[in-house]
Design a binder for this molecule. Structure first.
Ligand SMILES: [Zn+2]
Length: 382
């Protein structure tokens, strides 16, 4: 009985498997990346009778009862073998109570996807629903990401339009999120309405905020699980302010920006544990070929924080960047793979190729290092 308890209460063949008979004594269960083979005499005797019973409606005892023309131990062994091979899920696991019937319909494909990696197909969707994400920037990357994370089912999203961005929708904004009829309307209002149409089951707030210091950011990121900065152009001053605020509140964050024909996504920052934005900046500057010119450029950006000089971009590029960011978010909030802390993804639009660089934490970072400064030594000369 002990072993039976470890089996699914109501066994069901996972429905992403193709079931392909291969002659009298061989049957193939196949999905992308996985092939399971059952072999032997039972393939033509027991298995054709057993498979229809593994539909999630019956307990194992009921399956055994319904197949009473077969030996009980043989049926049990077959179910156990199929369970060990990862062919079965437990249909008795009920969806979490917080999900409406509409959500259960909506996320069906995601449940099926998560089922490849977790015995409870609802568990990760529930985790996503419990998260709160704050997005800064409502241009191409920001709007596409807002759509991605809403459809994904992140429970609470605050999206913030910035002072460097246009407040009223114009022709430049049109594409996959804003359309002709939205022109001359306020971006935040239209975005909020659209997200409510895309997914009415999540809480979304879209606001506009002038960010002048990290103090403007801190109240916005309280009790937040992740901050995402979406820069369609280089915006070093804003990156620094977000870094400062996120370190203060110990909120993890990630930057995404388009720099010419490249997009830079990352590093994903876990405050005081992995490289912060200052660590990244100092390392980047250390590798800068034209250092003096870069420093002059940086000074210009700091002196002109509202400059929003764009290189120009193709419409799909923001969507591509937002898709990669959404993938990083899913990995972070579930255990689908290891979180991408410290990784910088460099996406080349021309090739298209993604390079990944590790950004290491600087032991003496002026922003995130906890090491105390060394005492100054005073030498007295006689
Ligand atoms: Zn640092």
């Amino acid at each position: 009985m002990e072993k039976i308890r470890k089996l699914p209460t109501k066994p069901k063949i996972k429905d992403f498997f193709y079931i392909i008979p291969m002659g009298e004594d061989k049957i193939q269960f196949r999905t992308v990346g996985t092939i399971r083979i059952l072999k032997g005499k039972a393939v033509s005797t027991l298995i054709p009778n057993l498979l229809p019973e593994l539909n999630g409606q019956n307990t194992i005892s009921e399956v055994i009862l319904r197949l009473k023309s077969f030996d009980e131990n043989t049926v049990l062994s077959a179910i156990r073998l199929m369970n060990e091979r990862g062919l079965l899920e437990d249909a008795s696991i009920s969806p979490p109570s917080g999900f409406s019937p509409q959500e259960l319909e909506r996320y069906q494909n995601q449940f099926k996807f998560f089922c490849h990696f977790h015995p409870d197909k609802f568990a990760w969707q529930k985790l996503l629903k419990e998260k709160r994400v704050v997005i800064f920037g409502l241009e191409e990357i920001g709007c596409a990401l807002l759509m991605n994370l809403s459809s994904l089912g992140i429970g609470k999203i605050t999206a913030i339009g910035l002072q460097t961005e246009n407040e009223i929708i114009d022709e430049r904004d049109l594409g996959t999120f804003f359309f002709e009829e939205d022109i001359n309307k306020e971006k935040t209002i239209v975005a909020r309405e659209k997200i409510r149409e895309i997914n009415p089951n999540i809480q979304v707030d879209v606001i506009r905020k002038d960010i002048k210091s990290s103090k403007d950011i801190v109240p916005l990121i309280e009790r937040c699980d992740l901050v995402i900065l979406c820069n369609d152009a280089i915006n070093i001053p804003l990156c620094r302010l977000v870094n400062e605020a996120c370190l203060e509140k110990k909120v993890q964050w990630i930057n995404s920006s388009i720099e010419g024909t490249e997009a830079l996504i990352g590093p994903l920052i876990l405050p005081y544990e992995t490289a912060c934005y200052t660590c990244y900046e100092l390392r980047r500057k250390g590798n800068e070929k034209y250092f003096e010119e870069y420093m002059a450029f940086e000074k210009y950006l700091i002196d002109n924080p509202n400059s929003n000089i764009q290189y120009g971009s193709l419409k799909f590029f923001g969507n591509l960047v937002a898709t990669i960011v959404a993938q990083i978010v899913v990995k972070l909030f579930t255990n689908i793979g290891s979180a991408d802390y410290g990784k910088l993804f460099i996406v080349n639009m021309l090739t298209p190729k993604i390079e990944v660089e590790e950004v290491l934490k600087l032991p003496i970072c002026p922003t995130c290092s906890r090491a105390k400064p060394r005492p100054k030594l005073w030498l007295e000369m006689e």
